[in-house]
Structures are given as structure tokens and as C-alpha cells.
Design a protein around this ligand. Structure first.
Ligand code: F6P
Length: 362
């Protein structure tokens, strides 16, 4: 099929590099192939509500280095479970047929969905109801299956590592325990990579439930070595052995309503009480998602945009572009939908860290 017009949207939580994907995709589509690109606004909301903008070269020019997404996004809108306020409560409706009508009315030959596991699981369902879908893996969490990396991850790690560097000097000066809580949902990728890059003394990730006694032992051990401060990097999804994950809020209107958070504060209180040490807690939050992408994310996101268009040109729908062994390859969306990629507990960075005395709380 000769492609004439293609839709694109950015869904889920934003991250650095979204605009880089849009830029490459749109420039190549218009410039080299004369394909029209329709950008849906605010993720799947635009697809359901027919809110879009025809993207021209001028719209994507100069956006490579800019964080966020020029299209807007939403981690609430889902065509299959669209949340509607029917007073007094929120109800969900299946508006996927409405989304399909919009797709058909606009005479789209395909739709590119840039997102994390929620967006891509929905994209897979849209494929099954008749849309020609291509996925692009985005998330700071790096928790998507079958890709070595998602764009946004390196930038988040870089922000977190810089924060750890800054905490080091103040922790040292005050002889304190500094705890930094980073994002990542149910996977510990950001905590592990930033913990290693920033030289964290204790790294706590969801994949390795911690024991408080082991954390306290590490503090004592460091004291015996003459080290008066400790940096703890904790993933928001980390939990004590036999204990529960910390939930910060439930967002009723979201198809994935649980938001994690609170472990940092909990650790600060518990460690302070049980060790008598002065603790301070920093929750890095959305700083990890905002701002300009680091060069490696600019390159990865641009390459994903380029290869996504190549899949469109080949009519290879139902696939996500993925990074495997330094090559961008197509992976069937059926292999990605509904799954997440945890950190393997024998990961080489965990082994290396353990080898130099970093504690994982076990
Ligand atoms: O998936 C990206 C992410 O930033 C997670 O790391 C975090 O748990 C969640 O999104 C926060 O979501 P929200 O933008 O709704 O606060």
C-alpha cells in the first residue's frame, strides 16, 4: 500500500526525547516521501475526540532539544476505558469504535503510538480492531520488554546521578544519611543505574526486597571504616521483605490508577529511629521527566522516529521499534503488551556493586 497519510500520538507520562522522535518522523515523512502527518493532541484523548493538528516542517523544526511533547499527552485517556464524569461518580465507557471512526474519517493509512506499556498495550488492542499500528518505546522507567533501552531513561538517570552528586557533598559535611527516592514504578532500573553512576552506598530496588537490619548493619560497617555519611538510593517501588509497596495516591480517572511513593520518607523515619543518625530525604519526582534530553536520548529517539517511518513505508504494522544489540529492529506488539521488564537480580551492575561493598539491603 502506498502511504499517503499517517497519524501519530504521544501517550502516557512524558519524558525527554518525545519531540526528537516527532521531529525525525515528520521531517522524513514530509521531506523524503511526501506523506502527510496528523498529530493527535493529548495522547488517546485526541484520537477519541478528534483533536489533531496537521504537522508541518515548521512545527517540528527546532524541537530536538526541547523536553516534553509538542502534541501534549495523557496517562488517563484510554479509548477502551474512557473515563467520563457521570455525576456523582466517574464511569468508564468503551469509545474504541469512536476512535476507529476518527481514524477512518481522516483516511489514515496507519497510526504511530509513542508510549510506555500502557500506551502500547492499548495500541495493540487498536491493532486488533483494525488500525495499522506502529509502536515506539518511551519511558524513563526503561521497563519495556524486548528493547535494550527506552528513550528518556538516560536523561532520567543523568538527572538522578547529578542529584546524588550534590547530595554527597552535603551528606559528607553534615555526617548525615541522605536518602534519595527515584521513579521507575515496579522496576529498579533508574535506581540501579543512577546509584551506580552516583556512587550510592545502599541501593534498594523492587526486584530485591530489603531487610532493615541489613541496612542498619551497613551503616555501622561504614562507621567502622570511618565513613560518617551514607547515601541511599531507593526506587519508589522498593519494598521490605514480606512487606508492601508504598502507594502515594490512587487516581480514579486513570486506567492504571496506582501511583507509587513514600518509601523514602518511611526509610528516613525508620533509620533515624533505629540508628540514631540524622537522616534527610529527597524525592526527585518529575524532575526526572522534564527538560532537555541528554545526547544519547536525542540520538536514540531520533533513530526510533526514523525506523518507525521505515516500518510504515514497508507496511509492517503491528510492530514496535526496539533497540537490540545496538540495532533498531521490529518486535511484534503482541510480545510487549501487558508485560514489564524487571531488573534481573544477577544483573552485571548488581554484581559489580556488591563486589565493591554496595549494599542492596539483603
Ligand atoms: O512511568 C513514568 C512515571 O514517571 C513513573 O516512574 C512514575 O511512577 C509515574 O510515571 C508517575 O506518574 P504521574 O505522571 O501520574 O505522576
Amino acid at each position: 500500500m502506498k502511504i499517503k497519510r499517517i497519524g501519530i500520538l504521544t501517550g502516557g507520562g512524558d519524558c525527554s526525547g518525545l519531540n526528537a522522535v516527532l521531529r525525525t518522523f515528520v521531517k522524513k515523512a514530509i521531506h523524503t516521501h511526501g506523506i502527510e502527518v496528523i498529530g493527535f493532541l493529548d495522547g488517546y484523548e485526541g484520537l477519541v475526540k478528534n483533536k489533531y493538528k496537521k504537522l508541518e516542517n515548521k512545527d517540528v523544526s527546532g524541537i530536538l532539544t526541547i523536553g516534553g511533547t509538542i502534541l501534549g499527552t495523557s496517562n488517563v485517556a484510554n479509548p477502551f476505558k474512557y473515563v467520563i464524569q457521570e455525576k456523582p461518580k466517574l464511569i468508564t465507557k468503551d469509545l474504541s469504535k469512536q476512535a476507529l471512526q476518527v481514524y477512518k474519517k481522516l483516511k489514515l493509512d496507519g497510526l504511530v503510538c509513542i508510549g510506555g506499556d500502557g500506551t502500547l498495550s492499548t495500541a495493540y488492542k487498536l491493532l486488533q480492531i483494525g488500525m495499522n499500528i506502529i509502536g515506539v518505546p518511551k519511558t524513563i522507567d526503561n521497563d519495556l520488554m524486548h528493547t535494550d533501552k527506552t528513550f528518556g531513561f538516560d536523561t532520567a538517570v543523568s538527572v538522578a546521578a547529578e542529584a546524588i552528586d550534590r547530595l554527597h557533598t552535603t551528606a559528607q559535611s553534615h555526617h548525615r544519611v541522605m536518602i534519595i527516592e527515584v521513579m521507575g514504578r515496579y522496576a529498579g532500573w533508574i535506581a540501579l543505574y543512577s546509584g551506580v553512576a552516583g556512587g550510592g552506598d545502599i541501593i534498594l530496588i523492587p526486584e530485591i526486597p530489603y531487610k532493615m537490619e541489613k541496612i542498619l548493619e551497613t551503616l555501622k560497617y561504614r562507621e567502622r571504616l570511618g565513613k560518617k555519611f551514607t547515601i541511599i538510593v531507593v526506587a519508589e517501588g522498593a519494598k521490605p521483605e514480606g512487606g508492601k509497596i508504598f502507594v502515594s495516591k490512587i487516581i480514579e480517572s486513570s486506567p492504571d490508577p496506582v501511583r507509587l511513593g513514600g518509601i523514602g520518607i518511611h526509610l528516613g523515619e525508620e533509620i533515624g529511629k533505629r540508628s540514631g543518625k540524622e537522616c534527610r530525604v529527597v524525592v526527585l519526582g518529575h524532575l526526572q521527566r522534564g527538560g532537555s534530553p541528554v545526547p544519547s536520548d536525542r540520538i536514540l529517539a531520533s533513530s526510533y522516529g526514523y525506523e518507525a517511518l521505515n516500518l510504515v513505508l514497508k507496511n509492517k504494522f503491528g510492530y514496535m521499534v526496539a533497540l537490540q544489540n545496538n540495532k533498531i529492529v521490529p518486535v511484534s506488539l503482541s510480545k510487549i503488551a501487558g508485560k514489564i521488564k524487571p531488573v534481573p537480580i544477577d544483573h552485571e551492575l548488581i554484581q559489580m556493586s556488591k563486589g565493591i561493598g554496595v549494599s542492596f539491603g539483603i
